[in-house]
Ligand binder design. Sequence first.
Ligand code: GRF
Length: 212
Amino acid sequence: MKNIVILISGRGSNMQALLTADANYRIAAVISNRADAGGLAFAQAHGIPTAVVAHRDHPDRDSFDAALAQVVDSFQPDFVILAGFMRILTSYFVMHYQGRLINIHPSLLPSYTGLHTHARALQDGVKIHGCTVHFVTPDLDHGPIIIQAAIPVLADDTEHTLSARVLHEEHRVFPQAVRWLCAGQIELSKDGKVVNRSRNQAGLALISPALE
Ligand code: GRF
């Protein structure tokens, strides 16, 4: 069974989804850059080792990332999973885990990279929004895409309702992506493309608003 290490910064609901999912992986550790990350208690309550590498204790990104990589590597992960990890990682860190580092982002990339994705989608009046799981490359939120879930944006949506519906989909696609990765069904090719050997190549179309 493959070992994964999950990095979080906050409540850790995606980490919880990975922990409670039907898994072909072992969660070797949950690591946070913040001691007050809510998800740490959940992981501990489930017997998962946790660690904190506080970015505040380091003078710059390079030294923080070096310290983080050292702790991550001490758990000997096959894959490193960013689940709401709110630090921009250096190229050093990203290249150290090339093809073994994935992230979940709350938008349909390449739209809405960065922060406040739901508010910006509402502001633009897009009719379809969603989330993306992707391999991490040094180019922030632009790594090769593994899986996306799309949902309709409703006329009365607020940032709160929209983010809740996107989060629900995050909790479905993220465990799938990690299972694929751990089963060897997906990988990052040398030319930076996602190779997916899973059987289900086509999902359903989402058209929003619906056709009449
Ligand atoms: C999620 O929306 C994720 O896509 C983004 O940060 C949020 C983390 O939420 N990267 P949680 O900590 O997993 O609940």
